[in-house]
Design a protein around this ligand. Structure first.
Ligand code: IMP
Ligand code: MG
Length: 183
């Protein structure tokens, strides 16, 4: 077995190469739209970390980065709806163009909350960039300004996305076998 193919992965959705291609495409879109700006990329830890580090290197414009830690999920596969800020930004964002970077937009509760929370600091703008989007599961009124792919309502892992803190280091994105979380 390939060392990258995990026995708990049902199928691979996006290969390492496909992810590299989509990150380059999204990076080009952002670089074009922010040609006269110097945005702050705000990664929502931990899920965004792999996407963030690739995305920032795909930008051809100057930018800075910051991170927030936000809890929305417990240890399972469903959102609790309760959002908590566990780590705030290190830098002020007043008058700045902010791009929130997420691994996946699911119910949207997390980003809707974070957007409202940061809006109070009077940034020039806030946009949302997500690698993956599950539009079928949206509850909050929020949409991605930049996105990699739409995905169906399946629990996926890899490239930063976890199940119980595992699988974030897979270089591809795949669907977890149901037997892993339906025990
Ligand atoms: P939301 O508030 O429901 O939009 O939750 C978004 C967060 O839930 C993401 O940043 C992920 O951490 C997590 N999440 C949602 N769907 C998945 C999934 O399929 N796999 C892994 N994590 C997920
Ligand atoms: Mg996350």
């Amino acid at each position: 077995m390939n060392h990258c193919m995990n026995e708990n992965i049902e199928k691979i959705y996006y290969s390492e190469q496909e992810l590299a291609d989509v990150v380059r495409r999204v990076g080009a879109e952002i670089s074009r739209d922010y040609a006269d700006s110097e945005p702050v990329l705000v990664g929502i830890l931990k899920g965004s970390v792999v996407f963030m580090t690739d995305l920032m290197r795909a930008l051809t414009i100057p930018c800075s980065i910051d991170f927030m830690v936000v809890s929305s999920y417990g240890s399972g596969t469903k959102t609790s709806g309760v959002v908590q800020i566990l780590k705030d930004l290190n830098q002020p964002i007043e008058g700045k163009d902010v791009i929130l970077v997420e691994d996946i937009l699911d119910s949207g509760m997390t980003l809707a909350y974070v957007t409202r929370f940061l809006q109070a600091r009077n940034p020039k703008s806030i946009r949302v960039c997500t690698l993956l989007d599950k539009p079928a599961r949206r509850k909050a009124d929020i949409a991605a300004d930049y996105k990699g792919y739409d995905v169906p309502d399946e629990f996926i892992v890899g490239y930063g996305l976890d199940y119980n803190e595992q699988y974030r280091n897979l270089p591809y994105i795949g669907v977890l076998k149901r037997s892993v979380y339906e025990k």
